[in-house]
Design a protein around this ligand. Sequence first.
Ligand SMILES: *Cc1c(COP(=O)(O)O)cnc(C)c1O
Length: 422
Amino acid sequence: MSLAYGRPYLAIPGPSTMPDRVLAAMHRPAPNIYAGEIVDMLAGIKPDLRRVARTTQNVAIYIANGHGTWEAANANLFSRGDRALVLATGRFGLGWAESARAMGVDVEVIDFGLSHPADPARLEAALRADTDRRIRAVLVSHVDTATSIRNDIPALRAAMDAAGHPALLAVDAIASLGCDVMEMDLWGVDVLVSASQKGLMVPPGLGFLWISDRALAACHGSDLRTPYWDWERRVGAAEFWQNFCGTAPTHHLFGLRESLTMILDEEGIEAVWARHARLSAAVWAAFETWGIAGAGAGCDIALNVADRRYRAASVTAARIGGGGAERLRAWCEAEAGVTLGIGLGMAEPRSPAFGDFLRVAHMGHVSAHMTLGVLSVMEAGLQALGITHGAGGLAAAAAEIARGGQVGGQAGGQAGGGQAAE
Ligand SMILES: *Cc1c(COP(=O)(O)O)cnc(C)c1O
């Protein structure tokens, strides 16, 4: 007997849960791509994409996943042999570095490990040491989905300004846009990349770049660009098809139209941020209670990021030692219809330690009942599997949800970003 019959729930950090309304908007015959509804619709989508990233500057849409947006950014930011400085705080930061290196960029990585955010002081020192100004851009993940570290983008920008270095700041917001506070213009971000399948609640397939006027001018003539990735062609498109360098992602655009309306015009972006902050605080409270010291010998449960100022609002990475994370994931899926995320980049795949890590997604179309449901199932699994844990995790999570008004995790480092208060 299994209790997994019923609507399944995928709590992995992308693809995220998609609203039925988004899927329904996509369920229709192919539109004419030369005139009519979809051509008119794009004129509204582009301003709304700017609103979601809080910028008045340029936006380009690609048929691509997140990896594609890395290539799009690299192709425009760099000429062959230019130098990139990558601030890595997990698998995804390293992935962007690998992508740039493979394209012929001279990549320098500062690796901050798997539990701590990028340190602005080290960034400033690295830029000051670059006396001949070879570093063309600094690449960093806002949220690294593997570690659930959220980097303090305004502090990193401030470090660049303090060093007086002209490098551009390029930020991967694939796991944070539509979840965590993002203020592209206020924070001085030059290039922002994101994709459709996480906070934006649309199936995988659309990639987005937002480009500051400064970056657009500075990168004119970069020699890594090919016609498909060239952002100038897209930003300056006169004809509809030029926005996509060919056939438009028709059905994804219908889905995106629906999700942008839900995020911007119905719930409101600030309320979306606040909801994610509350949900993440509930998840953290459960883990902190399960992992409480004194729960008993053998209790080995901990959040990956100790300092709550640097925890993502969209995803939580945690450790349950002794292979507990892997056993719990298997139990939740088979016995309760909930799929949790695997640990990524925390240990060698197929090594024993790999089974010690998991991730819980709380990104996109996720309500309190969904997050409390996941946590309840996890607590049941901890009991069923006899994994030593502190009592009261669910009560602690419920208390966070009940605590109206206050939001967790948005204070401090994201200063200048406008707090996600309700
Ligand atoms: C998901 C993700 C990616 C990769 O996106 P794909 O669509 O899988 O290529 C890159 N960066 C971050 C921060 C992500 O969360």
